[in-house]
Design a protein around this ligand. Structure first.
Ligand code: AMP
Length: 190
């Protein structure tokens, strides 16, 4: 199995790139944010709980997120592998992912990070908020809080995967096609 963690701050382009990469490599794309949004739309208990955190730009509690991720992986064990988008977001989640994949006799192949400057992120997210219908994109203070939480809790995962010799940084500024090509160059060499 090829299991990729697509990494980067909110607005780095993870979701956009994952939709191209999943077709190229025949992988299952799991975006934890998308799964939460699906549950919000369908007014499930998970959705109602997740919404109270997402609207403020905060992380949904780990046990809830990890249980949900485990269930998504369990549905697709016959696949070629996964693109994890928006997960893990802290060390506890990274440990949980390692454990989960190990229990299925596989592992994270690589973390590929899209690197983009903060001000570019804020502008991209606010622009996306004009059309995405995502309340957490439309409000500048929520956008800035998401980026702040990324640096406080998530960015540290660079070291986690770097120490395991699994970290690859890619310039996330440029045309969508150019960035896809940069990502493919990394993945084809794994
Ligand atoms: P995203 O679509 O990845 O930008 O995520 C949108 C929101 O969903 C985040 O701001 C969090 O509130 C929540 N979320 C998504 N993934 C996770 C995760 N791995 N852990 C905790 N909360 C998450």
């Amino acid at each position: 199995m090829k299991n990729l963690v697509l990494f980067g701050p909110p607005g780095a382009g993870k979701g956009t790139q994952a939709t191209f990469l999943k077709d190229t490599y025949n992988l299952i794309h799991i975006s934890t944010g998308d799964v939460f949004r699906y549950n919000i739309k369908n007014k499930t208990d998970l959705g109602i709980l997740a919404k109270s955190f997402m609207d403020k730009g905060e992380l949904v509690p780990d046990h809830v997120t990890i249980d949900m991720l485990n269930a998504e992986v369990a549905k697709n064990l016959d696949s070629n592998g996964f693109i994890f988008d928006g997960f893990p977001r802290n060390t506890l989640q990274a440990d949980a992912l390692d454990e989960l994949l190990k229990s299925h006799e596989t592992e994270v192949s690589a973390m590929i990070a899209l690197e983009v400057d903060d001000e570019v992120l804020v502008q991209r997210l606010l622009k996306r908020g004009e059309t995405s219908g995502r309340p957490d994109d439309a409000n500048e203070s929520v956008v800035r809080n998401r980026i702040k939480i990324y640096y406080k809790q998530t960015a540290i995962l660079k070291n986690y995967y770097f120490d395991a010799s699994k970290y690859y940084g890619v310039n996330g500024v440029g045309s969508v096609e150019d960035i896809t090509e940069r990502l493919k160059a990394v993945i084809n060499n794994l």
